[in-house]
Design a protein around this ligand. Structure first.
Ligand SMILES: CC(C)(COP(=O)(O)OP(=O)(O)OC[C@H]1O[C@@H](n2cnc3c(N)ncnc32)[C@H](O)[C@@H]1OP(=O)(O)O)[C@@H](O)C(=O)NCCC(=O)NCCS
Length: 161
């Protein structure tokens, strides 16, 4: 597959925000009660023919690197894995020991994907999505396979730097 990886820059930012709105319902993502404004986050964008086909955004705080969003529009071709390898390189360069993320209880595919790549379940934050919905009402009530979206699942991977 022919594609190129770029760091998000000012030139592409508007396109990235449009992509996030399209795939996440709003320009903000809520995780652990924190609101991430997607126009402000760094990330890696994957372009093919000038269209975004993959995106990973992240936030670094206290030697931890949170993957705030991850999307691959061309599934099962290694794109998601490529983005996960890239974030490990970035985390190492920024001296982060821990990479972590939140997914939701309905996202069985993501749970499989992350666990197969060394991410361990750190915590299940029961009913956290109900609180997140108060901040971001666009979060749907049901997700993948019509499963009610209620809980945040926190996964983490410790890396040597
Ligand atoms: C989860 C997600 C990011 C995975 O992305 P992806 O591009 O499909 O990931 P990959 O292609 O790297 O890996 C998926 C599977 O395809 C397989 N695969 C990779 N390259 C392949 C190839 N060339 N041919 C066939 N299969 C391949 C991988 O082995 C992998 O299977 P495994 O997990 O059993 O090892 C993607 O499904 C997605 O965007 N989901 C919607 C948004 C989401 O849920 N994001 C995460 C929540 S925060």
């Amino acid at each position: 597959m022919n594609y190129h990886l770029y760091e998000i820059n000012d030139k592409i930012k508007n396109k990235v925000v449009d992509f996030i709105i399209q795939h996440w319902g709003s320009p903000k993502i809520v995780s652990r009660g924190k609101v991430h404004s997607m126009a402000q986050l760094p990330g890696i964008v994957v372009l093919r023919d000038n269209n975004i086909i993959g995106l990973l955004t992240y936030s670094i705080e206290n030697e931890g690197c949170e993957i705030v969003s991850l999307d691959s529009l061309v599934e099962n071709k290694g794109l998601g894995t490529t983005l996960m390898n890239e974030i490990e390189k970035i985390a190492r360069a920024k001296k982060c020991h821990r990479i972590w993320l939140i997914t939701t209880n309905d996202n069985i595919r993501a749970l499989k994907f992350y666990q197969k790549r060394g991410y361990d379940i750190k915590a299940i934050h029961r009913h956290a999505v109900e609180n997140a919905r108060k901040i971001k009402p666009e979060i749907p009530l049901k997700g993948y396979d019509d499963i009610p979206i209620n809980h945040e699942i926190e996964l983490e991977k410790w890396i040597s730097i």
